[in-house]
Design a protein around this ligand. Structure first.
Ligand code: ZN
Length: 203
């Protein structure tokens, strides 16, 4: 006697897709998939259309590497912002956290990760080459390194300082105040704003 198929393959496929997302285990994935199944088919079609549209309409800004529907993105394309100052962050969520503080008017550079040799993430996997070419273009005066104060965040900051110290740019880091081990997107707006204002020399 063959094994009884408890979960239909189509549902199983969706559960597998959801479980591949960070923070979603099989149990949550199953609950989400069943929720979608119980809703009208039109809702599922709408969700499928949004997923399909995602990669078609969103690209990376060729300057700062942020996800954007336009190139350059709205930050890089804003003439009121200071293009000679670049704030380097790990993830798009960090950019959003800094924007919320309303105390930063420069540009950004998104690394899309942190150095993590155990996970096979080296400098080549991050948008460091792109950062170096921006600096080589000559219009950058200051690079504010705003990686998290976690072990991989610190390792990434050290690597950036080593890599960028040969260029004629001022390297700064967020001031203390962000607790050690904290991901900057979880820092409160006030602490983050102070850390930007009181940024210190990194080289
Ligand atoms: Zn941009």
């Amino acid at each position: 006697m063959g094994e009884i198929q408890i979960i239909p393959p189509a549902l199983e496929r969706l559960v597998r897709s959801f479980s591949a997302l960070p923070g979603i285990g099989t149990k949550t994935a199953t609950r989400l998939a069943l929720t979608i199944l119980r809703k009208p088919a039109a809702d599922a079609r709408e969700m499928a259309a949004a997923l399909t549209e995602l990669h078609r309409s969103i690209r990376l800004c060729s300057q700062c590497m942020a996800f954007s529907e336009t190139d350059p993105c709205s930050v890089c394309g804003d003439p009121r912002r200071d293009g000679s100052l670049i704030c380097v962050v790990e993830q798009p969520a960090d950019l959003m956290a800094i924007e919320k503080t309303d105390s930063y008017r420069g540009h950004y550079h998104i690394l899309h990760g942190v150095l993590s040799p155990v996970d096979g993430i080296g400098p080549e996997e991050l948008k460091i080459k792109e950062l170096v070419s921006r600096i080589k273009s000559g219009s950058i005066a200051e690079v504010l390194i705003a990686t998290s104060s976690t072990v991989p965040g610190e390792a990434t900051a050290s690597f950036l300082i080593d890599t960028l110290s040969s260029f004629a740019v001022k390297l700064t880091r967020l001031a203390c105040g962000i607790p050690m081990g904290m991901d900057i997107k979880y820092a409160d707006q006030y602490t983050l704003a102070r850390a930007i204002e009181r940024r210190s020399d990194a080289s």
